[in-house]
Design a protein around this ligand. Structure first.
Ligand SMILES: CC(C)(COP(=O)(O)OP(=O)(O)OC[C@H]1O[C@@H](n2cnc3c(N)ncnc32)[C@H](O)[C@@H]1OP(=O)(O)O)[C@@H](O)C(=O)NCCC(=O)NCCS
Length: 180
């Protein structure tokens, strides 16, 4: 397990799946805002890659987020779009509703940076988020990510076009253990 200050990132367990499905992916608003495509329900027993991890997939690494004190499931996190030529990857995360606003998101980003830069030797990490997702923007910026651009009206979300922000962090600018 990768340990941050408050959370850990571990492999997906079978019994994480029902909670992630009902609390994250059954939530139409959360899914529509966090994912690239339209919301669709996920059936129980589905092998949907958001829930069932393929350990042989080289382009992404998925984690379950747990809070360190009790070991309880707190959400999901991933490094995806891993490009070993350009040495870059994207970060994605989603916390269960009851676990938001406790500093876990900031800690998950920090721990994914450690995985991306120290474990995988990557040079650049990128986050895309809606321009009104202040908690995600702040979680990224607290870890040194810089706003690099705005994609105007690039996301169709529940009846309107919203802007997306791209944030990036380079290995040489990464400061492990210091967030500000
Ligand atoms: C986005 C998300 C991962 C952030 O994690 P979090 O644990 O809620 O965020 P933190 O508690 O670490 O807070 C980070 C910062 O955002 C601020 N913040 C938290 N919730 C906020 C909110 N609803 N509105 C505005 N600011 C907020 C905090 O005050 C903190 O700021 P600070 O560092 O200046 O004190 C989490 O809220 C989440 O899973 N949301 C739903 C899914 C999602 O949006 N995923 C990202 C898709 S790109």
């Amino acid at each position: 397990m990768l340990k941050g200050g408050k959370i850990g990132l571990r492999a997906r367990h079978e019994d994480d799946i029902p909670t992630l499905r009902t609390e994250l992916y059954d939530d139409v608003v959360n899914s529509a805002r966090a994912e690239a495509g339209p919301w669709r329900p996920i059936s129980p027993g589905s092998k949907d890659p958001r829930l069932v991890v393929d350990d042989g997939e080289p382009g992404s690494v998925a984690f379950s987020v747990v809070e360190l004190e009790e070991g309880a499931l707190a959400g999901t996190a991933a490094l995806w779009g891993i490009d070993n030529h350009h040495r870059s990857a994207h970060i994605g995360l989603g916390l269960l509703p009851a676990e938001r606003g406790k500093g876990y998101g900031t800690d998950v980003v920090a721990t994914l940076c450690y995985y991306g830069f120290a474990v995988r030797g990557l040079q650049r990490l990128q986050i895309e988020t809606l321009a009104d997702n202040h908690a995600m923007l702040r979680s990224a910026e607290r870890n040194g990510f810089i706003r690099e651009g705005v994609l105007r009206s690039s996301a169709w979300v529940l009846g309107e076009f919203l802007d997306e922000v791209i944030l990036g962090l380079l290995a040489q600018d990464w400061k492990p253990n210091s967030r500000g």
